[in-house]
Write a protein that binds this ligand. Sequence first.
Ligand SMILES: Nc1ncnc2c1ncn2[C@@H]1O[C@H](COP(=O)(O)OP(=O)(O)O)[C@@H](O)[C@H]1O
Ligand SMILES: [Mg+2]
Length: 313
Amino acid sequence: MIKVSNLTKRFVGRTAVDAISFNVEPGEIVGFLGPNGAGKTTTIRILTGYMPATSGSAMIAGHDIFKESLKAQQRIGYMPENVPLYDDMRVKEYLRFRALLKGMRGREAKNGIAEAIDLCGLSEMRSKMIGTLSKGYRQRVGLADALIHNPELLILDEPTNGLDPNQIRRVRKLIKQLGLSHTILISTHILSEVEMTCDRVIILDRGKIRAADTPKNLIKHLRTAGHISIEINAAADIAANAIKKIPRVKKVIKESTEQEWTRFTVRAESGTDVREDIVKLANENNWALREIHSHGASLEDVFVELTQSPPTD
Ligand SMILES: Nc1ncnc2c1ncn2[C@@H]1O[C@H](COP(=O)(O)OP(=O)(O)O)[C@@H](O)[C@H]1O
Ligand SMILES: [Mg+2]
């Protein structure tokens, strides 16, 4: 459904997207995951025909997006990062206006709008002014807009951004439901979003793809180590430095301090267990240890390992 090959976008002084290649197969829900500034929106704008690439190619449902951009765009339902809506239009008026802009007329437009309203759970809101809707419902109007022309592919740029937890849950559920009948590429910087909604994840960082696989395979094949949480009664800096010196410890992150207790997350090389070394170190220094807990590798560990520059301290 999407074939991207060596796609590059350079802005003055920076390469936002650096020779990336990936495919999305029909029926998949793929998460495009990366920290802010990774290049997600830039890639999406290129795929949806809103921005030219510097080099490389991209095909949507067999159409070259640079040579046959209209044909490619017809196959895509695009929901941009900030959905531009008109506050003083009613939901149905807005969708009618959008259908017209997409070149739809008569029965085709009517059916497209009715179906989009139904799919997005907007029936009761159809006659409301957009300006009076909650942020969650505004996102749904944006989704309905993307769906009117019945595209087989949905490209959603951070669709849950700015929503409260309840709204996020509802929009995620809606996306999962849309995934039953659509191919979806969804960008996000929120890890749990991908774990909950996506079949496959593409991890992007500083314009490059760091990994692309199912969440399960990423955890298995990258052999990423889990992490250890400890809570220790010691001067934080001294303890952190001493733990860092334990062989095979890669990183010590101070999480919080509560009176003389400090919580650390310790990351070590995969396949090692440094818990005994930590206990030994605490005993030698007479530091009380009130928690030591090992966590299995999660997608978060994979993400941290792939997208953070190596520790410099
Ligand atoms: N129009 C632009 N002009 C110059 N730099 C840009 C432009 N758009 C994005 N960038 C830069 O490209 C990089 C990637 O941005 P973006 O694709 O928006 O990342 P993301 O969506 O992953 O947060 C950032 O460093 C951003 O500042
Ligand atoms: Mg973005």
